[in-house]
Every structure is written in C-alpha cells, then in structure tokens.
Write a protein that binds this ligand. Structure first.
Ligand code: GLY
Length: 421
C-alpha cells in the first residue's frame, strides 16, 4: 500500500463528506483535495477545497489516487480521461458505468448473466405508452432511461400518473422504461469490484419517499440504516453469488471490466434477491451509515481497487452495532427546494454536509438535501435515538426530515417472503 498518500475527491454531497472523513481517518493519507466539496470540508484539517476541471486539478496537483463520487462524471468518461493521463482512479470507465447510465444496457447484462430482475419494456414513442401500461400494473414502475438522480422513477398504482410521467420522459428526449413491480423489502448492497474480485460492504436500506410511512414523491434518499436485522445470515453472500459476481464476470467477458463500487439495489421477493437497479458509485445516503461502521482504513482499500489489487486485501473489519443517517431536507424538496436559509447547530462529527456553503461565517443551504445526521449505537434502537436527539438541535427555517428511518426494522416489521424455488 502507498504511504503517504494524497487524494483528489470529486463531488459535493453528504456521501462525499462521509468519504472525506473516512479517507482522512486513514493514517497513510496526508492531504485530500475536495472538489468542488461543501462547507463540511472545514472540519477536516487534511482537506482543501478546490474548484475547477477535475482533470486540470489532477494534472496540477498530481494526486496518488482520484476518487470520483457521483455518477454523472463517471458516465461521461472522467475515470477514463484520468486513467489515460496516468492517474490511479477509483471509479468505473464510461463503458462500465453504463450499468447505471443506461437501464437498457443493465437489463442486457443481467439477461446474459442469468440475474433475476424485473420484466421490462422500453418505449420511445407516446403512442406506445398505453400498450405498455396494459402489459404491466397494477403497480406501475416507470423509469427515465437516463440519469435522473433517483428522481426519474415513478412507482404508482395510478395509471394516469404513470402515463403522465412516461409522456414527460419522452418529451424530454429520453426513452422510458416500464417494469414489473418487484415485491419484497429492498437492500442496497455496495460491492468493491476489481474485475472478477467482489468484496461486499455492509448491507443497508434506503428510504426513498419524502415523508413518513413511505408517502410522498420519490427523492434521492431521505435516510438509511445498516446492518439489516431482518436479512438472512447468508443474505449478503447470496446477493454476491447470485447478482454481483455474475454481473462482474459478464462485464469482463464483454470487454468492459468493472473497477470501482457496484451498487446493487435489490428487492428480496418470493424468488430470492432480484435487481431493482444498479448504480456505478457509492449510494447516497446509505454510504453515510455504512462508512460510520467501517473500521478498516478506507484509502488503502480504494487504492487497491484502483490499482487492480483488491484480491490482496485483508478481510474488511467493521465496528459492532448499528448506524443510521437522517437527511435534513429543505422546504419544497424534492420538487422545488427553498435555498438560502441559515442553518444553526451543525458542528460536530455527527453532521455531514450536503447542500451547504459558508457565507460570512454562516452556514447557508444551497440544495434540496441539506445535510445528514449520523447516529450510531449498540443496536438500531440506540442508533436511532442518538440520530434523532442530534437532529432536533438543528435549526433551519422550513427544514424537514423523516421521523421513521429504520423504525420498521427496529420494531421487527420487516421480513422477507417465503421463498418459492
Ligand atoms: N440511495 C439511492 C442512490 O444512491 O441512488
């Protein structure tokens, strides 16, 4: 492993703030350039915020490792450009990032790899929408085929709502994907992947709807918890064996081997784990909870992936207990978030910044998901208590959060269906 290590971290959300903290905690790391970053950088002495083009920043500062947080630059080929320029990069090539960037490509890979997923149909013309609606339902899953930050998916029992979303996606110039609805509780499993080596992190569960009891519109994610007390003991291994490994092998066989973080969004239904979606990067907000329990220094692990040495690392070590993250969102999120509100009470290691900036010594909201609060504890109950006690001390006009992150799991209300094999 390289020591000392200087890192360029690309991104600006709470996911990247969590990555920044975890990378900075690694004693081998001496400096992290955080671009464009957010106001959270000031709590990490090793961090410096930089604005500008990532490739130019890398050329000027010559980091030992570049970590790309969000999907857009990966799908656009930033990892390829950086690798071509000689840098070690944590993040897949543009070809491999199509696993998130094109839902049709992901379906094709899954079909070839024999991985369970929803039935799907792509529609590009509004005249074909009704026939697709007839084929699926009574719960319709209608997805924008391109990148939409989690907000391009509508899951609804209302045919008119499904039709309107499909029309809007096509009007915006994208194909629309209709899918059968997958039953069962959802699991987000993040795997480090380097060719055919797959190393899973702890499983987590996201809460995608804006309001309590899974009501309201889909968001980028309002909170998450880890681990999952309701998942069978062999659950993670089954997702690796039945989903992530076959996909990694298929990608390699196609000539676009995967290197980076493969996010498998799973619904665990009567037939076992089935794929809802893949993402080509760490999930947000699940990463904030997962990294809160990681004991192994992160920088060396990501460097191993970037340099093709993942198979050589020791087994990851995790802290006991549970972690949750609760998102504080701005009034109007996700459709029309109010920005420019002052936020008070955000100092401390439990806070991860997302849509924030420091202006004249004050922290101001600049986005829909403003910050995350982390709670850890000996179990999910204690982790929830700690997170909710902390978020209650934060003041922001119009800010809101879900009060039920991890609650159903805590109360034993989640179970997986009996398996039909
Ligand atoms: N947690 C949802 C996502 O990262 O896309």
């Amino acid at each position: 492993m390289l020591s000392p290590m200087r890192i360029l971290l690309i991104g600006s959300g709470a996911r990247e703030h969590a990555l920044l903290r975890a990378l900075a905690a690694d004693p081998t790391v001496t400096e992290i350039l955080f671009s464009p970053g957010n106001a959270g950088a000031t709590d990490t002495p090793k961090a410096t915020r930089l604005a500008g083009d990532p490739l130019e920043i890398a050329r000027e500062h010559n980091p030992d490792l570049v970590v790309v947080g969000p999907e857009q630059p990966l799908v656009a080929g930033l990892a390829d450009q950086l690798r071509d320029a000689g840098f070690a990069v944590f993040g897949p090539s543009a070809e491999a990032a199509r696993i998130e960037g094109s839902k049709a490509f992901a379906k094709d890979v899954m079909k070839a790899a024999g991985v369970r997923t929803a039935e799907a149909q792509t529609v590009t013309n509004v005249v074909d929408i009704d026939a697709a609606l007839d084929r699926f339902g009574p719960t319709w899953v209608v997805k924008d085929d391109g990148l939409a930050g989690g907000k391009g998916v509508v899951v609804t029992p209302d045919r008119e709502v499904a039709h309107a979303h499909a029309e809007a996606v096509i009007a915006a110039g994208n194909p629309v994907l209709f899918e059968s609805f997958l039953e069962g509780p959802e699991v987000s499993l993040f795997c480090l992947v380097d060719g055919e080596t797959v190393v899973p992190l702890l499983p987590a569960q996201d809460h995608k709807r804006a309001y309590d009891n899974d009501e309201g519109p889909n968001t980028g994610g309002m909170g998450a918890y880890t681990p999952l007390p309701w998942l069978p003991a062999d659950g993670v291994q089954r997702i690796v064996d039945e989903v992530c490994l076959p996909v990694a092998k298929e990608m390699k066989a196609r000539g676009c081997p995967y290197s980076g973080l493969l996010y498998a969004g799973i619904a665990w239904g009567p037939e076992g784990p089935a794929v809802v979606e893949f993402n080509c990067r760490f999930g947000d907000p699940e990463t904030q909870a997962v990294l809160a329990l990681l004991e192994t220094p992160l920088a060396g692990v990501l460097y191993s992936v970037a340099t093709g040495a993942l198979s050589e690392i020791e087994a990851l070590r995790w802290h006991d207990g549970a972690a949750i993250t609760v998102v504080l969102a701005a009034a109007g999120y996700p459709t029309n978030p109010a920005i420019g509100e002052e936020i008070r009470g955000v100092e401390g290691p439990e806070i991860l910044h997302a849509g924030t900036e420091e202006v004249d010594g004050k922290i101001i909201s600049t986005g829909g998901r403003v910050l995350n609060v982390i709670g850890t504890g000996k179990d999910l109950h204690e982790a929830r208590e700690n997170a909710y006690a902390r978020i209650a001390d934060i003041e922001m006009e119009g800010g809101f959060y879900r009060s039920d992150i991890g609650l159903a799991a805590c109360e034993g209300r989640i179970s997986i269906p009996d398996e039909v094999r």
